[in-house]
Structures are given as C-alpha cells and as structure tokens.
Design a protein around this ligand. Structure first.
Ligand SMILES: [Fe+2]
Ligand SMILES: [Fe+2]
Length: 184
C-alpha cells in the first residue's frame, strides 16, 4: 500500500462516520452508495472510484458539519479533485472536480432535475453559482469529462438513501481499498 492510498482509505475509516448534514446518511454511506450505483451501471473502475471519492473534499475540509448550512461554500469539489489529481489520473480527478458544475448544468437544462435534489443540494446550489449561462453550458459540454461528471452527479443524487443497509465498515473499507488499488 502506498502512503497516498493509505491516507485516502484511512480518511474514510476515521472520518467516514461523520454525518452528511441534511442528507440522513454518513459520509461513508454516501460514498459507498455512490460507488455501488457506478458499479451497477458498469462504469469503468476509474469512474467508480470517482463516484466513491467525489465528496472527499468534505472530509479534507477543516470545516465542521456541512458549511452550506451556515452560508459558506467550502469548494469541496476543488479541494477533493485537486487532492485526487496528485494520486490518480484525470479520469478520477476530473469528474470529482466537475461534479458541482454538473449539478449547475443539469439544473439549467433539465427542469425535472430540480426534484431530485436534496435540501442541502438546493441550499448549496445558490452558493455555488446557481443556473449556468448559455456560455457556461457550452464551456461545460466542451470538456472531455463532462459526460462522466453528469453520470456521477446523477448517482450522487441517488446515493442519499437512509433506508439502504450498508455492509459492515471493514467490508466497505476493503472494497474501497480494492478499487483504489486498481486505479493507482
Ligand atoms: Fe459534492
Ligand atoms: Fe455527494
């Protein structure tokens, strides 16, 4: 195991129990559910890993709880995406960096999408810039990883199911370690 791999896995082992404020699931449950959705749709291992780790920025952030609840955008997508870019290829880092842009793109272009957003996602949307302009949509779509970011975002909205039973923590951490190893 490399140091970077250890630190990522340990971050989820140590801080994964933290509640995702406003969502009804822990950070680890959200990561695991997102990873399962990607796996079930036969996404590439790198996109599966991006799904698992897309909110790692919240764990890296020193801010308590969910900063949007007190009107602060922690830019977790940048924090997490830039961190992952030091360890993994762009196929992992870019969808993470772009998952907030993907939300803004979807809310702008798909009126139905609004209904799938959780209260926290709606609250953070305003802080993150709200709807995109036409130019911003075009710029987003021109990016090589736009479609991966949109896929990830769709899983993100579905991965907040408080009723879903997760395997025990050790099993989940082992599954995360395995996918990390494949993608290094
Ligand atoms: Fe996020
Ligand atoms: Fe998320």
């Amino acid at each position: 195991m490399t140091t970077s791999m250890l630190s990522i896995v340990e971050l989820y082992r140590e801080k994964g129990h933290l509640h995702y404020d406003g969502e009804g699931v822990s950070q680890l449950a959200h990561a695991w559910q997102c990873g399962q959705l990607a796996k079930n749709q036969k996404a590439s291992p790198k996109l599966q890993l991006a799904a698992w780790l897309h909110d790692i920025g919240h764990l890296l952030s020193k801010k308590e709880g969910t900063p949007t609840s007190y009107g602060h955008d922690d830019h977790h997508e940048r924090l997490g995406g830039n961190y992952l870019a030091q360890v993994f290829s762009q196929e992992v880092a870019q969808p993470v960096l772009m998952h907030v842009l993907a939300k803004r793109y979807l809310i702008t272009t798909n009126p139905e999408y609004h209904k799938s957003l959780s209260p926290d996602s709606i609250r953070s949307l305003i802080l993150q810039g709200g709807e995109m302009t036409v130019e911003e949509c075009e710029k987003f779509l021109s990016h090589s990883f736009a479609s991966d970011a949109v896929l990830l975002r769709r899983w993100d909205e579905l991965a907040k199911n408080s009723e879903l039973v997760m395997p025990n923590k050790d099993e989940v951490i082992t599954e995360l370690s395995n996918i990390v190893e494949i993608c290094l």
